[in-house]
Design a protein around this ligand. Structure first.
Ligand SMILES: O=C1O[C@H]([C@@H](O)CO)C(O)=C1O
Length: 591
C-alpha cells in the first residue's frame, strides 16, 4: 500500500512538472497539436428526449448528437472509439472524407473493418484533406436510425481563404426520429410478412424536435402549443444573429428516410458549398436536401430586426405524415422565446418533383480552378437498375436483380489476403439489366437473389455509373433514392427522365461544369449519371442512403487498386473477425 501511494505521488509530481513545462511552451505545443486532433469517444445507449418523448438513443460521451469535430484541411484526426453498447458491435463512418491511404478507417462494418465488439475499442486515424461541411454516423445495422451521428466541420488550411465572405456561422444537423426502437425496426423489415417502418414521428434539428405539439401552434389548428422549458432536451436550438450581417449556415442531412426542404422565413439563401465542394453561387428561397448531402448557404440578416423568423425543415418526396422540424432565427436583442409573427415557410408540395429537379439542376461547380473538371471520356460505364422486389416473400431492394447481403469478413481484408470466392462471391455482379425491362411497370418477375460480389475497377480508370430508377412493387409508384459513394467524390453529369439511352441522352451530359459531390439523388422513373476516377485503393460502399433501404439490400461494393491493397498495412484490429480473423489467429499460432 505504501509503495503504491508513493508511486502515485511521484506520478502526480511528474504530471505537474510536465504541465508547467507545457504552459511555458504553450505556443509551440499549440501549433504541434494543430496537425493532430485526438478524441477519446465512448458510444453508449442513453436516455434522452429528442422530441420531448423519452427514448433510448445512441450517444457519444453521453452527448446526442455526438460531439462536433472541428478541424482544418490537412489535419490528422484520431478518434479512439470504445464500444460501451454491451451487447452489440459498432463502427463510425466519416461521411465525405475520402480516406486516401487509410481505407480501413472508413468505418463501414463488413467492408472496411470488423464491427468493434462490445467492450473493445478501435482507433480511427485519418486525414481531412478538404475544407467543407461533413458529418459522421454509425454504419452497422441501423445505428444511424438509432441516433449515432454528429457533425464534422473542416475549415480551410491556414493562410487560405474561402471564396466568399461571412461574419459568423451556424451548423444545422438534420435527422428524422422514430419512437419505435431500431431493433424492432430491423426485425420488422426482415419479417414475413414484411412490416414497413412508416414515416418518422419527428424531424430533428441538431437533435431537437417537438412531438405532439408545435412551436407554430398559433398558425395551425392541428397540434397544441408546446410548453418546453428552455433547458429541455427538446427545446429548439435557436440561432442568435445581429442585424445586417452575413452568416454561413452549414446544413447536413443524416436522416434515415426523409428528404427535406429547408427554408428561413423571409430570407433568401445563397448556396456556396455542396458536400465539401464549392458550387457556383445560386440564390434560392428554399432548398432540397437528401439524406447524405450537405450544403453551405449564406444569408443576410436584412429583414425587420424587431422580429424573429422561422427556420423549417419539411418532408419532401414521400407523402408527409411528420410535421416540419422548426427552430428560430433570433435577431438580437429580441427575446429568443418571442415567436415569429408570421406562419412557417410553406415548402413546395411533397410530390412537386419538377421543383426538386429544377433545384438539383441549379447546382453546378464553381467557375475557375477550385473545382476540378471531369475527364472527357470514361473507361467503363456500368448501369445499376434500382428495383424493389422480393426474396422468399420479403420485400427487398436490388441492383440489377442482386440484393446486397454483407458478409461476415470485411472485403478489405479478404482482398488483402486473397480470400475472394471464400469471403464473398467470386463472380462479379451484373453491369447491366435486360434492355426490354419496363421501368414504368412493377417488375414482371419480382423475385430477386442475394449476392455480395464486387465491381472491380482498374486502378485510376474513369468510371461512369448510370443509376436507373424504376417502378416499385406497387403500381404507379417510383421512389426517391439518394446514392452515396464512399472513398470518392463524383461528378454529376446529369439527370433525365425514363430509361437512359445513349443515342438520346449522351449528348446532354454536362462535362463542362458538373458539380462534384459524394451523394446524388435519383428521381422517380428517372436516371442519374455520375463519373468518378477509381484512384483510391480500397473497398468502397456505394448505396442508397435511406437506412432501411440499405438494410433491405440497396447497395453495391466497388473495389480498385487490388495490388495496392495487398501491400497495405491494415491494422489487425480491423480484421479480427470472419475468415481474416481465423487467418490472423492461425498465422500467429505458427509465428
Ligand atoms: O422500401 C419501402 O417499403 C415501403 C413500401 O414500398 C412497401 O411497404 C416503402 O414505403 C419503402 O420505401
Amino acid at each position: 500500500m505504501m509503495i503504491k501511494s508513493c508511486d502515485r505521488l511521484v506520478m502526480i509530481i511528474l504530471i505537474l512538472i510536465l504541465f508547467s513545462a507545457a504552459n511555458l511552451f504553450e505556443i509551440s505545443l499549440a501549433s504541434a497539436f494543430d496537425q493532430n486532433k485526438n478524441f477519446q469517444w465512448e458510444v453508449d445507449y442513453i436516455f434522452r428526449s429528442p422530441d420531448c418523448v423519452e427514448n433510448v438513443v445512441m450517444g457519444i460521451n453521453g452527448q446526442f448528437p455526438g460531439p462536433t469535430i472541428r478541424a482544418k484541411a490537412g489535419d490528422t484526426i484520431t478518434v479512439n472509439l470504445t464500444n460501451n453498447l454491451r451487447t452489440e458491435g459498432v463502427v463510425i463512418h466519416w461521411h465525405g472524407i475520402k480516406q486516401f491511404g487509410t481505407p480501413w478507417a472508413d468505418g463501414t462494418a463488413s467492408i472496411s473493418q470488423c464491427a468493434i465488439n462490445a467492450g473493445e475499442y478501435y482507433v480511427y486515424t485519418f486525414k481531412v484533406d478538404k475544407a467543407g461541411t461533413y458529418f459522421y454516423h454509425g454504419h452497422f445495422g441501423m445505428h444511424r436510425s438509432a441516433g449515432l451521428y454528429g457533425s464534422l466541420i473542416v475549415d480551410v488550411a491556414d493562410g487560405l481563404k474561402e471564396p466568399f465572405h461571412y461574419d459568423g456561422e451556424f451548423n444545422l444537423l438534420l435527422s428524422d426520429w422514430w419512437h419505435q426502437n431500431v431493433h424492432e425496426q430491423a426485425v420488422a423489415l426482415e419479417s414475413n410478412p414484411f412490416r414497413w417502418i412508416g414515416e418518422p414521428q419527428s424531424i430533428l434539428i441538431n437533435g431537437r424536435g417537438q412531438y405532439n405539439c408545435s412551436l407554430a401552434a398559433q398558425f395551425n389548428n392541428t397540434s397544441g402549443a408546446c410548453s418546453i422549458g428552455k433547458d429541455a432536451q427538446c427545446a429548439p436550438d435557436v440561432l442568435k444573429v445581429l442585424p445586417n450581417k452575413t452568416y454561413r449556415l452549414r446544413i447536413a442531412s443524416a436522416t434515415s428516410l426523409s428528404s427535406l426542404n429547408l427554408a428561413i422565413g423571409n430570407h433568401k439563401m445563397t448556396l456556396v458549398e455542396a458536400d465539401g465542394n464549392y458550387i457556383e453561387p445560386v440564390t434560392v428561397d428554399n432548398l432540397d436536401i437528401y439524406s447524405g448531402e450537405s450544403y453551405s448557404v449564406l444569408f443576410t440578416t436584412d429583414q425587420d430586426p424587431t422580429k424573429n423568423y422561422w427556420i423549417s425543415a419539411s418532408v419532401r418526396g414521400r407523402l408527409p405524415k411528420t410535421p416540419p422540424g422548426l427552430t428560430i432565427l433570433n435577431y438580437q436583442p429580441n427575446s429568443p422565446s418571442s415567436l415569429p409573427t408570421s406562419p412557417p415557410p410553406i415548402p413546395p408540395a411533397w410530390n412537386d418533383f419538377n421543383a426538386s429537379k429544377s433545384f438539383s439542376n441549379k447546382i453546378l461547380a464553381l467557375q475557375g480552378s477550385l473545382v476540378p473538371r471531369p475527364p472527357p471520356r470514361y473507361n467503363r460505364r456500368i448501369f445499376l437498375l434500382n428495383t424493389q422486389n422480393k426474396i422468399n416473400g420479403i420485400i427487398k431492394w436490388s441492383l440489377n436483380n442482386i440484393s446486397l447481403v454483407l458478409p461476415p469478413t470485411p472485403y478489405l481484408g479478404a482482398l488483402k489476403y486473397g480470400l475472394d470466392g471464400k469471403a464473398f462471391d467470386k463472380q462479379n455482379p451484373p453491369e447491366n439489366f435486360p434492355r426490354d425491362y419496363d421501368i414504368m411497370k412493377p417488375p414482371v418477375n419480382p423475385n430477386s437473389s442475394y449476392g455480395n460480389g464486387v465491381y472491380r475497377f482498374e486502378f485510376r480508370s474513369t468510371v461512369d455509373v448510370i443509376l436507373q430508377n424504376a417502378n416499385i412493387l406497387a403500381e404507379g409508384q417510383s421512389d426517391v433514392h439518394p446514392w452515396h459513394l464512399h472513398g470518392h467524390d463524383f461528378w454529376i453529369l446529369g439527370y433525365g427522365e425514363g430509361k437512359f439511352t445513349e443515342e438520346r441522352d449522351e449528348k446532354n451530359l454536362n462535362l463542362k461544369n458538373p458539380p462534384l459531390r459524394n451523394t446524388v439523388v435519383i428521381f422517380p422513373y428517372g436516371w442519374t449519371a455520375i463519373r468518378f476516377i477509381a484512384n483510391n485503393p480500397g473497398a468502397w460502399a456505394f448505396h442508397c442512403h435511406i437506412e432501411p433501404h440499405l438494410h433491405m439490400g440497396m447497395g453495391v461494393v466497388f473495389v480498385e487498386g487490388i495490388n495496392q491493397i495487398k501491400k497495405m498495412n491494415i491494422p489487425d484490429t480491423a480484421l479480427t473477425c470472419g475468415l481474416t480473423g481465423k487467418l490472423l489467429v492461425h498465422n500467429r499460432g505458427r509465428g
